[in-house]
Design a protein around this ligand. Sequence first.
Ligand code: FAD
Ligand code: SF4
Length: 458
Amino acid sequence: EEVPYGYTPEEAVAEAQRCLHCKDRPCVSGCPVEVPIPEFIALVAEEKFAEAARHIKTKNVLPAVCGRVCPQETQCEGVCLRGKKDKNQAVAIGNLERFVADYERENNLMQVPQIKEKNGFNVAVIGSGPSGLTVAGDLIKLGYDVTIYEAFHRGGGVLVYGIPEFRLPKRIVEAEIKALENVGVKIYYNSVIGRLHKVDDLFEVLGFNAVYIGVGAGLPIFLDIPGKNLNGVFSANEYLTRSNLMKSYLFPKYRTPMIIGKKVAVLGGGNVAMDSARTAIRLGAEKVTIVYRRAREQMPARAAEVHHAEEEKIEFRLLSNPVEIYGNVEGWVTGMKCQRYELGEPDGSGRQRPVPIENSFFEFDCDQVLVSIGGQANPLITKTTPDMKVNKWGYIEVDDWGRTSKKFVYAGGDIVTGAATVISAMGAGRRAAKAIHEDLMKESDETLQPGVPKDESA
Ligand code: FAD
Ligand code: SF4
């Protein structure tokens, strides 16, 4: 079950009444997609909840998701004037966003978007994460045929395979995907592009006019220390996917089993680490410890996630890092050797650099290790599209509007920026949809003919 309860209508109105309706709207500048925050809050104060949701959707198509997962404390709420005047109690913009989006959906007030007449062009979207869904939603409204190719058997990207149900109920993502299908977006699941078709095939064999790549950065990074291949060492990505998507906790009803650790160490301090730790507790672990080499205030996780992890009795072993994972003769994890750290000079990120303290090793008892130290680009598509430029880390190079170096191929979200946020992936999708529209319309006046996509559903 989702952990934070949402507002009641009375609570939402009371919170909305705290807004000062600041003239220069700092909260709007703090939002990566410039949601008209004071205006939607004014509608909440007037009890016009569905109107408020529609007002947000002019800029953000997934408010029920963003209200729950955006790092508001470093974005809109971080610059809210009410917060500066009122002992850090910013207007709870995220909670209000969640409330109005839930109100609209739960009361069947979601409007079917107006779809322009078909323009004959068709676009393939690779990946159904927040960036791919945004591109699909924007282009279908403009009259394009849109087909999404998704590697997994369900759509939503990290929203379904990464972020757990207790933080983002899957019915919310399902409703958004259903709404896209209802207006004509085709989704082919279990379709790994780079294997099933190359990007060039999407143009040459399947007749698409443009391709958007929104495949995320889901390839896990592992610590390069002795013991990293022992049984019981998981990437957080695999662990969460098994639990969220494969429902391994219902084994044998669902056929992917799961190893349940008793004493679980989670390495990392971001949202993925908090989600893994809180999932481990729910799966039956007796003790779960976050092991993180920096200090608490440097944790990249949303403040609410750290707070909830603490409330759920997750322990924190800060300024500590493993140097070796121990195993028994059967190859199972039995513990870790860790080292203590202290904070040094600021590094490139502006945060104080964690520096290992000499001879400060200690033993750490655990039987499962969940590695949550970040993700990287999966090279499957970029390797099979050699004429598309990537940077030295394998992320796709794009201009400000998501255009890659390959004509009519666009990209956005984590595969461009590296692991970032839902809202930034959506912002990238929105910009790329504009560029695709502009480029195809411009070219259609000159040489380009609308394509005839081959229907693969047969
Ligand atoms: P993704 O969401 O990664 O979606 C990419 C999709 O492409 C996936 O469905 C994948 O299966 C598919 N795909 C990959 N390769 C192929 C292929 N070759 N062919 C076809 N399909 C393919 N951000 C926040 O703002 N707040 C949070 O609280 C937060 N928590 C997070 C928790 C976890 C556990 C994780 C992993 C991330 C979290 N993030 C959070 C980050 C956020 O989810 C990502 O930045 C965002 O989802 C990126 O969106 P995307 O569309 O670029 O890619
Ligand atoms: Fe309201 Fe805060 Fe935005 Fe000012 S900064 S308009 S108080 S939400």
